[in-house]
Design a protein around this ligand. Sequence first.
Ligand code: TXA
Ligand code: MG
Length: 339
Amino acid sequence: MKTEQFDASKQSLVKAAQLLNNQEVVAFPTETVYGLGADATSEVAVSKIFKAKGRPADNPLIVHVHHPSQIKHYVTEISTMAQTLIDHFMPGPFTIILKSNGTVADTVTAGLDTVAIRVPDHKIGRALIQEANLPLAAPSANLSGKPSPTTAEHVYQDLNGRIAGIIDGGATGVGLESTVVDATGDIPVILRPGGVTKQEIEDVAGTVELTGSLKEKQPKSPGMKYNHYEPDAPLVLIDGDQIFFQKHINSYQQEGKKVGVIASKPLVNLLQADISYSCGNRDDLSEVATNLYYALRYFNDTNVDIILAETYPQVGIGDAIMNRLTKAATHHHIQNRNI
Ligand code: TXA
Ligand code: MG
């Protein structure tokens, strides 16, 4: 399949919207990461998303609409608590889970009786949804298991030849995916930390639960049980100061390994590795979030044998950063003791 590359002009959006109406799959920018969109009411279109990504069929998709007023068309009811969340966080990096009324294709919800809905806070993303006049089912536009794409180039690397089109809207802003919140019960439950922090949700909704641990046998959010965000080389998280971090670099190098480092300033400038990537200032965790997936993908074009990454405090967006880093490092120890 030839993958058409679109700019963000009106003319391009019209063409991309036509593809979507012909049950094709098109990647588009949002403020979090690039999404891979298809008509959420069409089984045929949605099945192409799963095929292009190599995504397991039991992992449901988020439905993207252009305005919060559209949510009611896909759900059975919106509680007062859910409406409060919608009013405060949508549009934005926030996904709400409500009881589905069955309008979207069964493959979108993977057979669950709930549906996840998001209104992206991105001009191009919303313009596309409006032009297509469809609800768009859209997971992150990466091959399953890889870091999510924050540029059109990342999408191209993963999905060229597998999808009908890519709209280039430049680099995304938040850099990590939306916060997924189950609003079907009495209190909001965070199934995946993301762009909106737990504190921000607590400020408007009172008590909030944070769940979605990888260890849960039956995760509420089915996507939580799969490997995610993995760079080509193994990733190890290093919990410790400069001396401790440098010791680990040296020890891998003594084994003959080429070592890559992902760290923030000032630490990144103090460490000596084979290749280092700075993901911003440690005192600005939103900058670290913006650059994190870029950093994980950066090393795919290098010959490093192992990547060592700094850890961050789990406050604010640090929750989401550590959630993604921990998963990206699956099967590799988080080293927090001396060698
Ligand atoms: O920022 C984002 O959320 C991006 C952009 C493109 O909007 N999308 C995204 O989609 O990250 P995806 O498919 O990579 O992640 C969706 C997550 C998965 O963990 C999935 O299991 C969960 O949302 N999910 C979707 N529908 C659900 C439902 N009905 N109940 C529980 N979890 C659900
Ligand atoms: Mg994803």
